[in-house]
Design a protein around this ligand. Structure first.
Ligand SMILES: [Zn+2]
Ligand SMILES: [Zn+2]
Ligand SMILES: [Zn+2]
Length: 259
């Protein structure tokens, strides 16, 4: 299945790992296919990223991103490839039987399976599990140990804490609420891994950094080959008499670099 969206919609609403509604179903963006790479000075982007993630690094909930940036890990700056687009996958792969007497939970890739009550009308479960560190996971639905099935009783509110998971055969209450526990993905114990509807802002909030006219690594090399900071400063002090400091005649230092 193919869908068309504008570039700006994709930039803000179809980011990797973000959940999206398409054709009445819930999906998760798996990747931007073959994105176009942009050659931007890594040091500039790295510095801005470190500043932006400071709030999460301070509580140890940055999934190790600060360490990776400080180790000079490679940063890839990409832009959307308009011909390859974005790939999405079904998420969560949990469906609920629409028969009001049934409401069984069915694990399915596409919701095309039939329920054991005979109904083929299934609706996707729109709750997901999330944590501050960025972890996103399907809710875990316990099954009756005897009958190996579960049904969901919705409270009529959007609160994950009031959902009841019940056995459709013996009516045993298997759990009240979708659960809340320490995230298994990170060390942060100050906030719990919890559940809510997939489109809630707490599940996914895009973040941005603004870098005005970042130099490409080629431009940076050109500037440094032309004499770097010392020469740029001299050009300013001398009253910027040429269009760029690169246009000032050779110095002993730049001549030596070119040898
Ligand atoms: Zn059913
Ligand atoms: Zn049971
Ligand atoms: Zn976490």
């Amino acid at each position: 299945m193919r869908e068309q969206r504008s570039g700006s919609q994709i930039l803000f609403g179809y980011l990797p790992n973000q959940t999206v509604d398409l054709q009445g179903r819930v999906w998760k963006v798996k990747e931007w296919s073959n994105p176009d790479t942009r050659n931007v000075d890594q040091a500039t982007v790295r510095q801005e990223l470190l500043r932006m993630i400071g709030r999460w690094s301070a509580t140890g909930s940055d999934s190790g991103l600060e360490d990776e940036l400080r180790r000079n890990g490679d940063i890839e700056v990409v832009t959307l490839n308009y011909s390859s687009g974005v790939r999405v996958e079904a998420f969560p792969k949990l469906f609920i039987c629409k028969n009001p007497q049934c409401r069984r939970v069915i694990v399915s890739e596409d919701g095309a399976s039939a329920c054991s009550c005979g109904s083929r009308a299934l609706g996707q479960f729109h709750f997901v599990g999330y944590h501050e560190c960025g972890r996103l996971a399907e809710p875990w639905i316990p099954k009756c140990p005897t009958h190996k099935e579960a049904r969901i009783v919705f409270p009529g509110t959007a609160s994950a804490a009031e959902i009841k998971i019940v056995c459709p055969v013996c009516n045993a209450v298997l759990r009240t609420g979708l659960g809340m526990w320490k995230c298994k993905h990170c060390d942060d114990d100050t906030t719990k891994f919890r559940h809510t509807v997939h489109r809630a802002a707490v599940v996914y909030t895009p973040r941005g950094i603004v870098v005005v006219n970042p130099p490409t690594s080629d431009q940076l090399k050109e500037l440094s080959d032309a004499g770097g900071v010392a020469r740029a400063l001299k050009w300013v002090v001398d009253g910027m008499r040429t269009r760029s400091f690169k246009d000032v005649g050779q110095t002993k230092e730049t001549l030596r670099r070119q040898l």
